[in-house]
Design a protein around this ligand. Structure first.
Ligand code: BDR
Ligand code: CA
Length: 309
């Protein structure tokens, strides 16, 4: 029997993070969630993570993380994800309570035995803080799958993606730690879009999760980078990169992260050759988009489903 990969997910839910959590529940062995400030405040991302888990009937520990980036002030993306982070819904308090262990210590504990897989779908603040707290940590992470950055266009500025722009110093610390990582940036995630057809599919399925996710997707579709070709569900790509690697093409690139607070802030720029300021990471380039979206729909309809033979 195929063993599900065990992962820790670091996230800032966020509508596409919510879809990513459901993918993690369906296709991985989700050991823990650590939350970070990003799309909305840490109070809201932590509450939203607990709510989505409860909605899915899952018991996974939730560890509260950083309330602000390493060096720059926190800036939300509530124009896209809504004031609560989950559209315009008033998110109910979940029964699942928050774990007393904070995110950085939860990450260190999770990685203790080595070969750890982490999926990060928000600013890299918690990951960077953990790497700074224990400089040997990178040796115990087998792979970090991160939704962030871009080798093409940006979505905060012309050239910077939100998670990289929100905490560029954390990207820099993480990349320089030499932790093996794959970047699922906008150059990839803009290929993976959900449309009104998927909203209808989710509604028609009528499950408790799919009805809520249909509402969230409808909100996201009118507030995101509105487009008649649908809205990119960025964060799901990093989770499915672990479980369905055959759906993504990957190549290695030398990347320089711009940390200065100027018009290049948060840019993850490809260098043609090695420079002292660049680090080599794996970059996801193309996705088999319809297959990725089918998996997202499946997870949103039945996150507890079992795909094992
Ligand atoms: C990323 O930014 C956030 O708004 C999304 O949740 C995603 O992680 C896309 O740029
Ligand atoms: Ca996110």
């Amino acid at each position: 029997m195929k063993v599900r990969p065990r992962i820790l997910m670091d996230c800032d839910p966020g509508i596409d993070d919510a879809f990513a959590i459901l993918c993690a529940l369906r296709f991985t062995d989700l050991a823990a969630i650590t939350t970070v400030s990003g799309n909305v405040s840490i109070d809201n991302t932590t509450r939203n993570a607990r709510y989505i888990l409860e909605l899915a009937g899952a018991e996974v520990p939730v560890h509260r993380g950083a309330a602000a980036p390493l060096e720059v002030p926190a800036m939300a993306a509530d124009d896209i994800h809504g004031r609560s982070g989950l559209g315009d819904m008033s998110v109910p308090e979940a029964m699942i309570s928050e774990h007393s262990l904070r995110a950085v210590d939860a990450i260190l504990e999770y990685c203790e035995s080595g070969d750890a897989i982490i999926v990060a779908t928000g600013p890299l603040t918690n990951i960077a803080q953990a790497l700074l707290k224990d400089p040997t940590l990178a040796e115990r992470i087998s792979h970090l799958y991160w939704m962030g950055g871009s080798t093409s266009e940006g979505n905060v500025t012309d050239r910077a993606e939100f998670n990289a722009w929100a905490d560029p110093h954390a990207v820099d610390v993480t990349f320089r730690s030499m932790v093996p990582l794959t970047m699922y940036g906008l150059n990839l995630t803009h290929q993976v879009r959900m449309t009104t057809e998927h909203i209808e599919q989710l509604r028609a399925a009528g499950s408790s999760t799919s009805m809520i996710m249909a509402d969230l997707l409808a909100y996201y579709s009118t507030h995101g980078t509105v487009s008649d070709i649908g809205q990119p569900v960025h964060d799901t790509c990093a989770v499915l990169g672990v479980t369905h690697p055959e759906l993504f093409s990957i190549e290695k690139s030398n990347i320089v992260t711009h940390v200065a607070d100027d018009d290049r802030r948060g840019m993850t720029e490809v260098q043609d050759h090695d420079t002292t300021s660049a680090t080599t990471v794996r970059v996801a380039g193309t996705a088999h988009a319809s297959s990725v979206v089918d998996l997202v729909v499946t997870a949103a309809i039945d996150p507890a489903g079992d795909d094992q033979p």
